[in-house]
Design a protein around this ligand. Structure first.
Ligand code: PAF
Length: 289
């Protein structure tokens, strides 16, 4: 079989994964996903293949990170299409466990506590979300045993927390981030974009446009208050279909809002989250200062 059509082996149980480990001792990278793969995931896979000879992709819709009333049941589950999307890219294996494989005793009683960074912005709106994310990420690191784990910059707060967990718990893994991948209209790729109608998608473009206008202002020397004002004005013009959860300029590690005129060496992030219909979208940009 040629490389172009080569499908990764699909491992559905921890025992299959364990057997796979025994025949793969090379430098390994993991790309963790919840499936419904899009260009953003494929960019992570390509980046993984640049840093490791063996790449494993996990696909697991993690119940622990969804709150009551969130879209766990509706979250797209497209395993066959996902495995086909990975064909020929050089991925060695897909680990696609069931919930019973991941949580054999039901919801685990021991979980990761994210700390203060996990309590603001996404964490304030989605209580327990980051505890669920960090718990599954830690379990997937233990199961897949990678040298490198790659995560997208789009989920900037998740990325900051995974980095902090790796530092605080001395995890033997390098965490690598990849840039946001955008569709031609500017919307950041997301598995949830498929739920947007054409008019909702049009309305949702207010978010990347707000982020882009704020980032452009920062690149021209605007202070953080001016960046907030410019980005906020664009979001305010979005119309009734869009509701804004937050828009702010924060330190990229602590997620503390940055104050005007305070000199610091932190990396500044413009972050935003909106809802359009039932779909929640997030976006961000690193600010040049
Ligand atoms: O970013 C995601 O898709 C998920 O939060 C992750 C990291 C795969 C954990 O379930």
């Amino acid at each position: 079989m040629g490389r172009v059509s080569q499908l990764p082996v699909v491992l559905a149980t921890r025992a299959e994964l364990e057997a796979w480990h025994r025949s793969h001792s090379e430098r390994r990278a993991v790309v963790m996903t919840m499936g419904a793969l899009h260009e953003g995931h494929l960019a992570l896979v390509d980046a993984a293949l640049r840093v490791a000879s063996t790449v494993i992709v996990s696909i697991f819709v993690n119940p622990l990170q969804f709150g009551p009333g969130e879209d766990f049941d509706a979250y797209p589950r497209t395993l066959d299409a996902d495995v086909r999307a990975l064909a020929g890219r050089g991925v060695a294996a897909v680990f696609a466990p069931s919930a019973a494989q991941m949580y054999p005793g039901g919801r685990p009683s021991v979980r990761v506590v994210p700390g203060p960074v996990g309590e603001v912005f996404e964490g304030a709106i989605r209580p327990d979300h980051f505890s669920g994310v960090l718990t599954v990420v830690l379990k997937l690191l233990a199961l897949t045993r990678p040298d490198v784990a790659l995560f997208g910059q789009k989920d900037a707060q998740q990325l900051a927390l995974i980095r902090q967990m790796a530092r605080d718990l001395n995890l033997p893994v390098s965490v690598v981030a990849t840039p946001i991948v955008r569709d031609d209209d500017g919307l950041a790729t997301s598995s949830r974009n498929r739920f947007l109608s054409a008019s909702q998608r049009q309305a949702a473009l207010a978010l990347p446009q707000a982020i882009d206008s704020g980032a452009a202002a920062a690149a021209q020397g605007a202070g953080v208050d001016e960046v907030r004002r410019i980005a906020g004005e664009r979001l305010a013009r979005a119309g009734d279909e869009v509701s804004v959860d937050y828009l702010d300029v924060v330190d990229s590690q602590t997620f503390t809002p940055l104050a005007e005129g305070v000199a610091d060496s932190s990396q500044a992030l413009l972050i935003g989250a909106i809802r359009v219909g039932g779909v929640r979208l997030i976006d961000n940009a690193v600010l040049e200062r």
